[in-house]
Structure formats: C-alpha cells, structure tokens
Design a protein. Sequence first.
Length: 495
Amino acid sequence: MKIKATRIGDNPNAGADGLDGAPGGGGSGGGATEVDIAQTAHGLAVLDAIYYDGADWVGALADDADTMALGVVVEVADVDNFTYAITGRYTATAHGLTVQEWYFLSDTTAGDLTTTEPSLSQPIVYVEDANTVSVYAYRPASVSGSSATTTLTAKILIEEIENTTAGEFDFDSIPAGYDRLIIEGNIRSDSSITADIGYLFFNTDTTVANYHSQRNSAQNNTAANTEASTPEFAVISGASAPTDAYSRISVVIEEYTGSRIKTAACSSGALVGTTNIWSSDGYMSHDSMTAAITRLRFRTNNHATDQYFGKLKLYGEKEVTLESLFQNGKVEIETITNTTAGEFDFDNIPSGYKRLIIEGTLRGDVSGYEDNVYCIFNTDTTASNYHNQLITAIDATMGAGQYPEASTPLLGRVPAVSSPTDSYGQFKIVVADYDGVNLKTAISTFMSYVNTDAIYNGQGSMVSAITAAITRIRIRTDNHATDQLLGTLTLYGEN
C-alpha cells in the first residue's frame, strides 16, 4: 500500500510516495519523530509496522514480545530507502482505513494492522478521519488479564431442616461436587440438663466406638479438654438452660467425597446458665470410613431419649470462577406484575441463553374455580399451530380434568374467582433451544389451590410449528382478552 500524502506541517507538493511528502527531515513538522533507513530491497510499504531483527527491518508481529513494532513506515523513497515514524500526525488522502478506529499490530500477518485487539496488544495507529492518521509509540501490553478468571468461593445451600418438634437432624441426600460441607445453625436439646452433648454420624454408621473425638472447651473461666472414642464434639444448651437459649454451631467437613478417612471440625457456643457460657471446639474422625459421605445425622449422645429443637442448614462450598457464575447462572431478564388483570407479554427476549424459564404465581379473573393458561410464541396466536399434552390430578384422583392431546398452546390451569380468596397457582415454564432452528417446545409444571379441599396440579408439554428464534412470549388465558390473569411472572435466561 502506498499513499500520496503529507505530514501535517510539511509542504504538500514535495515528492515521494508515502505519508511524508518530504524524504528525511527527522523530527520535523507536526511533532513527528521519523527515521530514514537505507536497506537494499527492503520490500516494505507505507503503513507497514516494522521492527529490527538484528540484521534487517522487517514486518512486526504481535505473537511474541521480541517481534513487536518499533514504528510505522510513512514513506517509501525507492526499493532501497524508506522512512518510518515513531510518532506523528499525517495527512493521507483517501487512506481507506476505518474512521475513528484504533489499529493494532496484527498477531497473524507480519507488518499488518488490525482493528481486532490481540492478546499481546500494541495500539499503534489511530484513524482520525478519511484523510488523517496518527502514529503512536505505545508500549505493548498483554491483555490476557481481561479474560483471566477471578476465583470465588461459593457457599450454596443444599438443605435446611427446622425441628419445631424435638428430633434429630438428618441430611440424608448429600450431593457430590463440592470442596467441603458446612453445617450451621442454632439448636437446643430437650434433655432435662443445662448442657447436652452433640454427636455427628456419617452415612449409616451409628456405632459410637467407630469414631474418635477431641473437644477443647471452656465454661466461664474453667478450661477442659476431652478425648474419647465417640463422635462427640459439641456442647448444646439443654432444657434446664435459660428459656430460649439456643446454641450456635458450625461444622466443616473437608474432602467429603474423597478417599481419605472422613473427619469433621466443629465450633459451638452454649448459654447453659444465667451467667454461664460454655464454648467448645471439637474435632472428630471416623476410624476407618473412606467412602464418600452422602448422609449426615446430628443427634444427642442419648438419642432417641433426648432430641433437638432448632434449625440447621447444610451448605456445599466450592471454588468457582466469576465467569462461570454468569455463564451458568440463572439471569433475570424481566419481571411483570399484573395488579389489574391482563396478559403477561415478554416482548423483548434476548438471544444468548441455552433456555428460558418463566416462574411465578397466577390467578384468573374468570367466574369459575379455574382457568386455562396458554403460552404464545412470537406473534403466532393461532391455536391450531400448537400441539399439547397435559397430565393432571385433583386431590387423590389421577387424571381428573385431564386434557388429552389437542391442537392448542394450553400448558396448565390456575385458580380463578370462585377459588379461595388470594389463592394463586404456582407456575413454571421451560423453553429450551429457544433461539435455535428446531421446532420450538415448552414444558410446564403447575399447582393450583382451586377449592377449599381441592388442589389441582400437573405437568404439560407443548410444541409449535415455529422454527424461528423466539423473541416474544405471551402468557394469557384460553379466552383472551375476555378473561385475563393476575399475579407475577419472572422471565429468566439460563446457561
């Protein structure tokens, strides 16, 4: 590429092909910094980005820190002489570059400029307008940090158990996939003493002698430690402690799915008397268990005579990247609340998710116990363009009010005017592959309290004739717009 041009401040009628109409003149005009080079058969062109390889000036390449550009060719006097600029603003009539864009040194073609920033970034030319460019001496920089991952520790609730009647806490379905398990909460024993002892059992092994524990504790100013062949490692307020005194406990279990001997650590604090506080740190190990933990039971040392009240939460904790939270998370797109009956029209659905989820509560304004809910894709309101199947039940009767396959976008039923006051049905719809090229489908689950002693629930599926991407979803009754819907629905995108 050769451009007949002038450097800002030079004589436009001076001669050679290039951005600088006057050969030589290092440092002259427009604040430019230029260097004249004599090199036999250099093979370079105007706007080539170059570097010195120790023998010759050649095209630079942003794939290695040692081949980054030192300047840009602004004039080619002949096959053996050229001028490059380190900095400067140049007039280049009809240069053909994109206006108001930064150009970076290419990482794929030596000497080329590109508007796509490589991971080893060197912005070197800015295009001011159709006839003006500037050369800059910016130091190259790695931009890999812009795509580097930020690691976070996510604490995810697995299960919560609340005992309003005394009993054990049995977390009996623990999933794999976390780095550690954490149990936290506030509990109290119904034992007729001021302080009770807490046991923790792994899986189905309730044999006390298979565990070994060490507990360091302090009661007011008196410290003590206990070592025993038991799963004992927490002190819990008992029935003789002050009214409503609940102990705070925190349990951590590392590598619960690994192949090592299973262990747990616990800290607890118990108010056992009016001015009597008992704190404890415990550590417990199973003598031989190496199998993954899938169940945890927290109970007293005198189970089942003595039991627990209170609430415990089981969490899984693991390292995640910030990127994965956004990519794999459930992102709210829009929430619609109808305080006046109407349809729910999600009319601006973005692409980029694997599936769409619509969740919320609904109630119809038809004068009956229930109303039918339709799901309409895009602008297609023709019922015969959809096909559905519902499986439903009311109370103990399977198939009561069941709808057979039909040409309709019906996905469920919700309470209506004759249902109990303020009864709203729970409704969930999932639309997978919504911006793909396949026929568009949806599945639903719903539960409606439609009468004083009648609960209507079921699941539905629907397919439409549409293959275009879904950009709009409308939730309405089957007799829209005569009958309408109240409630709140939220549209999510999920990856």
